[in-house]
Design a protein around this ligand. Sequence first.
Ligand code: ATP
Ligand code: MG
Length: 364
Amino acid sequence: MKKTSNIRAHAEEQYGKELTALKKEKSTPKPDNWVLSPQQVSTYILGGKAKDGTEIEPKYFGQKRLVELAIATLITDRALLLIGVPGTAKTWLSEHLAAAISGDSTQLIQGTSGTGEDAIRYGWNYAKLLQDGPSEEALVPSPIMRAMQAGRIARIEELTRIPSDVQDALITVLSEKILPVAELGVEIRAQAGFNIIATANDRDKGIHELSSALQRRFNTVKLPLPASLEEELDIVSYRVQKLSKLKKGKGTKIGLEEIKKLITVFRELRSGRSEDGEIKLKSPSSTLSTAEAISAIHSTQSMAYYFEHRADDPLPMAEHLVGAVVKDARQDLKIFEEYLETVVKKRKGWERLYEACKSLVNAS
Ligand SMILES: Nc1ncnc2c1ncn2[C@@H]1O[C@H](COP(=O)(O)OP(=O)(O)OP(=O)(O)O)[C@@H](O)[C@H]1O
Ligand SMILES: [Mg+2]
């Protein structure tokens, strides 16, 4: 049989070894149906060492306090809402929390403006429904229903994209911990260990605010952007190294100094200020998140590898940089050009990047 190779493994598959090592440890008490204790969940997220010596990689780089707050919320009867600007690892943290707490991160609902109540509650297999009428066999459980029955964590992505009346279907689930199935005259009762982690972006357009009834049933944890250049550099270089499956060879590595330049540009344009705080800048319409920096570097590296660019050729990175910054050509191009002239041009060691960016801006 042909060997299959999934593009992406679930967190619990990819880090199965770490989870097993932590699970084997003698630990502080675990909440009912949790795979790990809250402290072990924190170690899994922030990194460390299991008692048998297994190295636990850090998954989330950030404040321990926030991670502990998120974990503690999930022990209580409130659900967890992770908010923040794009690319602050909301989805990433939610997946890893679910993997560490329930050993399963797959009970997932992707919120969109088309998400209906049946995606949150349950649907029907219409062939069976028409043949035999409503029955348990004809019921199609939602990820939330399955998580309730198994005592696991369910995840809802982009909660505020879901229309408000559909969002409110969550109120009974969260406050009563039941899901009534009126057609069968039964109710599904949540088992211990059930809870919900939702994520929401606080910059998106077209969002539906949570009703205050629903808001009260969530504890909100806001994930910040990395506080300093060094912190962001750590996150980006670590994640790029993890993503990169390229064989070692010529031109595959982008030096730390180059990555630092790209992140500096992102940070300056994002904040509207040069790193030294002296020059005020206009911000482009693009998001320029940490996640985009990771993707730009990773993509530059892949290009350099497969097309055998010279490691010190500044053009591929400049291409990705311009691509990330200039989303709306009319206004962003001007803003970027101004930034090149007022900041980049004068920086020592940035001459080649300046030239490369300039040539691309002139050509567009
Ligand atoms: N503080 C961080 N620690 C670890 N990884 C991070 C951090 N910030 C960003 N990342 C990385 O950024 C990538 C994207 O993060 P993710 O998709 O979770 O963002 P998000 O907040 O859900 O964004 P969006 O609002 O666009 O959905 C992930 O690969 C993640 O590893
Ligand atoms: Mg997300």
